[in-house]
Design a protein around this ligand. Structure first.
Ligand code: AMP
Ligand code: FE
Ligand code: FE
Ligand code: ZN
Length: 285
């Protein structure tokens, strides 16, 4: 079984629509794929229909933005009730914050470059969860940079002078909200030290205490040293270990299925989640 538990569609910062991600997952030979757009569940319905059509199992999810003592943290939530207010309200607040922050970044860029907010809106469907990738797309369209990666390396870097952070809930609060909504919280790329500071073991232990279910250990942003550290930490804290691609379509080099999750781990996530996966083939087929 090939199981990839972290992908993005154009509902957030992926480049393919939700159904396109599922079609790509089928073409890549995946049996199971999770759609985990940033701070939204808006792609679930279209992805579910495509999963049935393509014979792929969909695990509905969300990548929830949070902060752990000032460090940016992403928490994957699987199989939550999308209507549960605990989590729905929290991600709605983050979407609003992302919008204001996107405009603030563009205002700063506009002091030096011919970019407007309309240029960013032109790069996305209405209702998309805005992120720096959409500003990057506007910069590409304007001919300022060659691609998203070039934009992130310089103009949109967290260390750059145009960067603006956005409000996000405390990670403990987010873990509790995910659990209250019946979701299964897994810490996404917890050892991605190329992006800035990482959360120390002691704070990951506190998240485990609050209800964290697992660590996304196998991810391309992790060095072998981080994989070793996180494997040992998951073992010590009794956390599940997952692996995923963090696919963004053409927006990033990450390829579907480049990291995978074990079937027993998916079974445990399904046992803990409030809602079911979509499109599972009949037993015995
Ligand atoms: P934001 O959420 O607005 O802070 O933007 C960060 C998001 O941009 C991450 O979730 C990544 O998916 C995406 N991202 C980061 N680096 C790159 C890159 N080099 N190329 C494309 N997308 C990126
Ligand atoms: Fe992303
Ligand atoms: Fe992430
Ligand atoms: Zn992601």
């Amino acid at each position: 079984m090939r199981i990839d538990l972290h992908t993005h569609s154009s509902a957030s910062d992926g480049t393919e629509p939700p159904g396109g991600v599922i079609a790509s997952a089928a073409a890549a030979g995946l049996d199971v794929v999770a759609l985990t757009d940033h701070d939204t569940t808006s792609g679930w319905a279209a992805a579910g229909e495509a999963a049935v059509a393509h014979g792929v199992v969909l695990v509905p999810g969300t990548e929830v933005s949070a902060l752990s003592r000032g460090v940016s943290v992403h928490l994957l939530s699987y199989l939550q009730d999308p209507a549960a207010p605990a989590l729905a309200d929290l991600i709605a607040q983050t979407r609003e914050a992302r919008l204001h922050r996107g405009r603030a970044i563009v205002e700063r860029l506009a002091e030096d470059l011919p970019i407007t907010w309309d240029d960013v809106l032109a790069q996305q469907q209405p209702g998309t969860v805005v992120g720096r990738p959409h500003i990057a797309d506007a910069l590409v369209a304007l001919g300022v940079v060659a691609d998203r990666t070039a934009a992130f390396d310089d103009l949109l870097s967290t260390r750059g002078r145009y960067y603006v952070p956005y409000y996000a809930p405390e990670a403990v609060e987010a873990v509790e909200a995910i659990r209250a909504a019946g979701g299964v919280p897994v810490f996404a790329h917890p050892g991605a030290d190329g992006r800035g500071r990482v959360v120390p073991d002691s704070d990951i232990a506190a998240l485990a205490e609050a209800g964290l279910a697992g660590l996304e250990v196998h991810h391309r942003d992790h060095t072998p040293a981080q994989v070793e550290r996180l494997t040992a930490l998951a073992d010590r804290l009794g956390l599940l270990v997952t692996g995923s691609s963090d696919y963004h379509g053409a927006g990033k080099p990450n390829l579907l299925g480049e990291n995978l999750t074990a079937p027993e781990v998916l079974a445990e996530i399904e046992r803990q989640g409030r809602t079911g996966v979509v499109g599972r083939p009949g037993v015995g087929r």
